[in-house]
Design a protein around this ligand. Structure first.
Ligand code: SF4
Ligand code: SF4
Length: 380
């Protein structure tokens, strides 16, 4: 087994073919833009979820016909792919579900709705208190009604519970995949782990995704550990950044990732609770900077830094992303002063133009961690 681009392409092609068959039979494809959207509702309605947050740099130039240059690359790339109709996932989506998270996404959705129907979910801007929970439960009921209308099938509570169980298993396996790196020698590089946990394309067959993740875990255990290097916890903006992972892993290992799709979104949905409330409660615990206050992220990072014995934290922020960039100040203080480990913020985009500059900064950061690493290796 090799966890690389070829592995992803092969799976993507299989899922694509299966989705096209289902679509021809009338199944609806629902594009989602954020981890707050509970895919369980889409699956329970008989639909196929697909994540549409994009990381294509080429699409950004297209988006800049309508969006400002000084703007989040994730938002621009997602919009550019829609505008140019060059993303098959967007092309085959019947409906888009979009959470009102940051300003950039919210306003982009307004113009995106000229291309395809967009349902905006009114996410509360705080996760604290019963009022926020009630607002979110009501929003999820609105989404449930819309999905029932669009798919023409009522969501039975049992179907919803089954979907919750499947996604809970996926969350457990994401946790288990990263947990392979808790020991003294990590078993997976960050590049490999990000491929292993990525749902990859249309979520048309959750059991096969679960099986794939289980196989990767077994394969990694048999392969054995990687050679010792400084251990990095990567946090920050969503969409895995291959460029940053590659640069860090020239001299260190990313042993854990606190991002969407990684360890930020593995909150288990309570299976014994009323399913709509349970879904709302679990998703509201996502430690996203769109929430104010966002203590959960600080708590989660302190816990991960301890569990994964990390030597340093790298905070990846996209250019012009206000929530993550602003939060980075207090996060840096917290990690350095209270958790007691070095912290580096990097601001970048999807282009390759800053690769050398990032290499210099990251190399210098990892170099600074080396004495710590050597001391640990020597048991000091
Ligand atoms: S970082 Fe926040 S807004 Fe962005 S996808 Fe994740 S949960 Fe949604
Ligand atoms: S990276 Fe920042 S600006 Fe971009 S969509 Fe996410 S929260 Fe919004």
């Amino acid at each position: 087994m090799k966890l690389d681009d070829a592995y992803m392409d092969r799976i993507e092609q299989e899922l694509f073919a299966r989705t096209m068959v289902k679509k021809a039979e009338g199944t609806k494809v629902v594009g989602v833009y954020c981890a707050f959207t509970p895919r369980e509702l889409i699956v329970a309605a008989g639909g196929i979820p697909v994540a549409l947050c994009a990381s294509s740099n080429d699409a950004i130039l297209v988006a800049e016909q309508h969006l400002p240059r000084n703007f989040c690359p994730l938002v621009k790339s997602s919009y550019g792919l829609a505008l140019s109709d060059t993303c098959p996932y967007f092309h085959f989506s019947d409906l888009l579900v979009a959470d009102s998270t940051c300003e950039g996404k919210r306003k982009m959705y307004e113009i995106l709705s000229r291309i395809k129907p967009v349902h905006q979910l009114g996410l509360p801007q705080t996760a604290d208190g019963e009022q926020a929970l009630q607002i979110w439960v009501d929003e999820l009921y609105r989404l449930r009604a819309l999905l029932e209308d669009q798919t023409g099938s009522q969501i039975a509570d049992q179907n919803l519970r089954d979907a919750i169980k499947q996604y809970n298993r996926i969350r457990e396996l994401i946790t288990a995949t990263y947990a392979l790196n808790k020991g003294e020698v990590p078993l997976l590089s960050g590049c490999e782990a990000s491929i292993a946990v990525d749902p990859i394309g249309f979520e048309v067959d959750l059991p096969s995704f679960i099986q794939r993740m289980e196989q990767v875990i077994e394969w990694a255990k048999k392969r054995g550990g990687l050679k010792p290097r400084p251990r990095i916890l990567l946090t920050g903006c969503p969409t895995t950044c291959k460029k940053v992972l590659e640069i860090i892993e020239e001299s260190a290992w990313v042993v854990a990732m606190e991002n969407c799709g990684g360890l930020k979104t593995v909150n288990i949905v309570e299976e014994d609770e009323e399913p709509m409330v349970a879904l709302a409660r679990a998703t509201l615990k996502i430690a996203c900077p769109c929430m104010t206050p966002n203590r959960l992220r600080f708590e989660l990072l302190a816990q991960l830094a301890d569990e994964y014995q990390v030597d340093g934290v790298v905070d990846l922020t996209w250019q012009a992303c206000h929530p993550f960039n602003i939060e980075s100040y207090s996060l840096g203080r917290f990690i350095q002063d209270e958790v007691g480990i070095p912290f580096l913020q990097i601001e970048t985009d999807y282009s390759e133009t800053d690769r050398s500059w990032l290499q210099v900064r990251i190399e210098a950061f990892v170099e600074m961690l080396m004495p710590l690493q050597r001391k640990q290796a020597a048991g000091l």
